[in-house]
Structures are given as structure tokens and as C-alpha cells.
Design a protein. Structure first.
Length: 385
């Protein structure tokens, strides 16, 4: 079918990349981007790092503008999808399409404070209000010790706050394994962060805005400011009832397709593996790479290359720059192939049958492209499955 009108729903890196890729690939029909944000696309990555620390301004975060021939409609929320009549419904009216890119990403998950009001960090408005609250807070409790929670803890320490992180597991262990996880926790301790591993669920306490967290034995950890960093939830509610397969995200095939004329990319997409398993890959690099692949597949169907995630992640915290390729996990024991974990730079490799399936670089100048080459793509996919 000839595509004349492509609609992209989303206002961040996957949406921007998809729109730009469509033009690069020669699509000369209309492109309409519907974003529910009030501001043009910006990078979220510094929101927990340099922007939270005040080292970068909001203007610095703005991504390159979309081409003039892309109709970017801000403050326009997609509220429903009719796949048969090919319409995206918004409050301002329905927008017709021949091809659709779903790039609605994810929002912050909350712990579930019974009075609402949890502080989270997902967008520029959250970042603004966190910074305002930080100005008067002297202590911060971060609930959740994943990449985001530990980055927030690191930045708050940099700002001189008294910082505690609480999680049900030792922070970063599930993502980076015991060895690297412990190395980063050591750096956090050295920076003055307290880490508490709660035996069971963590319950937020306090008024409208939480002022602490109850952990095992009724112990309450209190702080001037409590931030929840407990993961994300894909923005799929507007697709309920559309007939698309939603399984913790928009389920797509190897070409990022939910239908021949509908693709999804970025944090909202769940890619099915050949064995029936499926997973989201929420990361900045994945959003870019998958949006490129999705746009190409929309235009060229199966003559486009199937999408193969490179599984490249990075984080910066407590003076450590961590780059990783391969599926996150705590399996296996790495070999230190370069440098020293005690005194990075260090390069760690996880192998199976003589081939690397995961590599982690700590304060190592290796370029991402070279790091990716250390892990054959097919191999990291095989391990994932
Ligand atoms: C604070 C922070 C720090 C991070 N740091 C890193 C990092 O160091 N490294 C890394 O790899 N990743 C990092 N990430 C993750 C990375 O930012 C995300 O993986 C990436 O932004 C995903 O891009 P996306 O376009 O798929 O989705 P999102 O960035 O979630 O964008 C989705 C867009 O769609 C819009 N939208 C949602 N629903 C609708 C609707 N119904 N109608 C219209 N528009 C809608 C949203 O408002 C948003 O603009 C970080 C994320 C955060 C929040």
C-alpha cells in the first residue's frame, strides 16, 4: 500500500528519530508528530545527572529541531486508535494516517503511596520540581536502587545532601551482577550514601507528599525529601481496545511491526523472540536504533533489515562512568580483561563457550562502537532468549 500520510505519536527521542529517518529514507508524504508535552523534544538523560545538579540548563537539553516539513503538534495527546479506519483520536479531533509510528515511551512507576503525591523523575517538569524541593531539603531518601535511583542519589550527594537509598535488593546487583554492583556501592558508600536493603516491601509514609518509608520491623526512614525511582510503565492506555497486542508494551515482530502499517519503537515497544518470550529494552540507545529500524520497516516491510538491539546501556554515578553491552543480569562471573576494578579504568567480559555475551567498561575511554563489537549481536540475543 502506498503511504501518503504517516503519523508519529510521541514527543521524545524515538518519535524524533522515526520522523527524521522517514525523511532520510526518502518518504515525501506528510509526517505529523503528536506529542502530549508542552515543549519540543529534549533529552531525559541529564535530568538525573548534570541538569539535576544545575550544571546544565533546560535549554541545553533541547534536541535538534525536527525538519520544517514535519508537522509537530505539541500538547496533543493521542487518546485512542482505530486501526481499521486508520485514525488517531485526540481531543482536538481525529488524525488520519496510512502508516503509524507508536513512540509513546514510558512514565515513572510509583511505589503506591496511599495519599498520592510521590516525587518521581521522568520529565522536565519533574526535574524542575525536584530541583525546587532540593533547594530547601537537607536530607533525601531515594526508594529504588536501579540506574536512575543511584544516579539521583549520586547527584544529591554532589549537592551536599544527606542521602539514603533503600531497595529490596542490593542496588545494581540485578542489572550489573554482584562484582560490578558491589564496586559501585563501594563508591556510593565512600561518597557518604547510606544504603539500606529492606527485607520486604517498602511502604511510604507521611502526608500528601511522602516524608519517609517504613521498612521491616516497623522501622521508618525519614527524610526532608523522598524520591521514588522504582522503574517505569509503558504508555499504552490509549491503545486499549484498539486490537493491537499489548503485553507489557506494544508487542512487535522482528521488524518492529504491530500491523503491516503500524510500528512501535522505544520504551513502549516489546519485541517478541522466536521462542515466544518478549521484552522491552528501555534505554536511550535502543530508542534511537529501534526507531530507525521501525521507520525503515514501515516504508520497506521485510526488505528492511530486522531489528537487532545492541543492548548498549550507560550510567554515570559516584565518579564512575559505566558502559555496558549485553543483557543486564547477575548471571556468570566476568574476567577482568583490562585494568583493575579497584582502581578503574577496567574492562570486564562475561563469556560462554569462548564468546563474550556481556562487557562492562568502567571509566574506560573505549568508544561505544568498539565496545559493541566485543559482543557479537547474535550472541547477546541468544543469551537473552
Ligand atoms: C532521568 C532519566 C535519566 C535517564 N538516563 C539514561 C541513561 O543514562 N542512559 C540510557 O540509556 N537511558 C537513560 N534514560 C532512559 C531514556 O531516557 C529512555 O529510554 C528514552 O527516553 C526512551 O525514549 P522514548 O522516545 O521511547 O520514550 P520517552 O522518552 O518516554 O518519550 C515518550 C514521549 O511520548 C509522549 N507521550 C506519551 N503518551 C502520549 C500520548 N498518548 N500522546 C502523545 N504523546 C504521548 C511523552 O510525553 C513523551 O514525550 C533515562 C531516563 C530518565 C527519565
Amino acid at each position: 500500500m502506498k503511504l501518503n500520510r504517516i503519523v508519529v505519536v510521541g514527543g521524545s527521542i524515538a518519535a524524533l528519530t522515526a520522523a527524521e529517518t522517514l525523511r532520510i529514507e526518502g518518504f515525501d508524504g506528510s509526517i505529523t508528530v503528536l506529542s502530549d508535552e508542552k515543549v519540543p523534544p529534549y533529552t531525559r538523560v541529564p535530568l538525573s545527572k548534570s541538569a539535576l545538579a544545575g550544571r546544565e540548563s533546560e535549554d541545553d537539553l533541547t534536541l535538534p529541531a525536527m525538519s520544517d516539513d514535519v508537522d509537530l503538534r505539541l500538547h496533543t495527546r493521542a487518546e485512542g486508535l482505530d486501526v481499521h479506519r486508520r485514525l488517531v483520536h485526540t481531543r482536538e479531533g481525529s488524525v488520519p494516517f496510512d502508516g503509524l509510528v507508536i513512540a509513546t515511551g514510558a512514565r515513572a512507576r510509583t511505589v503506591g503511596h496511599r495519599r498520592g503525591g510521590e516525587r518521581v523523575l521522568r520529565d522536565i517538569e519533574h526535574s524542575r520540581s525536584l530541583r525546587a524541593d532540593l533547594a530547601t531539603a537537607s536530607s533525601v531518601l531515594v526508594v529504588g536502587g536501579g540506574f536512575l535511583g543511584m544516579e539521583i542519589a549520586s547527584t544529591c550527594r554532589e549537592l551536599g545532601k544527606d542521602v539514603t537509598v533503600v531497595d529490596r535488593e542490593p542496588p545494581l546487583e540485578r542489572l550489573l551482577g554482584p562484582l560490578v554492583g558491589a564496586r559501585i556501592r563501594d563508591a556510593a558508600h565512600l561518597a557518604g550514601v547510606r544504603i539500606r536493603v529492606a527485607a520486604g516491601d517498602v511502604e511510604l509514609v507521611g502526608g500528601k507528599t511522602p516524608s519517609g518509608a517504613r521498612i521491616a520491623n516497623d522501622e521508618v526512614l525519614e527524610a526532608d525529601m523522598v524520591v521514588s525511582a522504582v522503574g517505569d510503565l509503558p504508555n499504552i492506555e490509549w491503545l486499549l481496545g484498539s486490537g493491537l497486542r499489548l503485553n507489557g508494551g506494544v508487542l512487535v515482530d522482528a521488524w518492529c511491526r504491530a500491523r503491516p502499517n503500524i510500528v512501535a519503537a522505544g520504551d513502549v515497544a516489546v519485541q517478541a523472540g522466536p521462542d515466544g518470550s518478549s521484552r522491552r529494552t528501555p534505554s536511550w540507545t535502543n530508542a534511537i536504533e529501534q526507531a530507525r529500524a521501525a521507520a525503515q520497516a514501515l516504508l520497506r516491510a521485510e526488505s528492511a533489515a530486522p531489528y537487532r538491539p545492541s543492548h548498549y546501556y550507560w550510567t554515570e554515578q559516584f565518579g564512575l562512568d559505566v558502559k555496558m553491552v549485553g543483557p543486564p543480569g547477575s548471571d556468570g562471573t566476568p574476567t577482568i580483561s583490562e585494568g583493575s576494578l579497584d582502581c578503574p579504568p577496567a574492562l570486564l567480559e562475561w563469556h560462554t563457550s569462548g564468546t563474550a555475551y556481556r562487557v562492562v567498561a568502567l571509566n574506560h575511554g573505549i568508544r561505544p562502537a568498539k565496545l559493541k563489537r566485543l559482543v557479537p549481536a547474535h550472541h547477546s540475543r541468544a543469551v537473552l532468549r
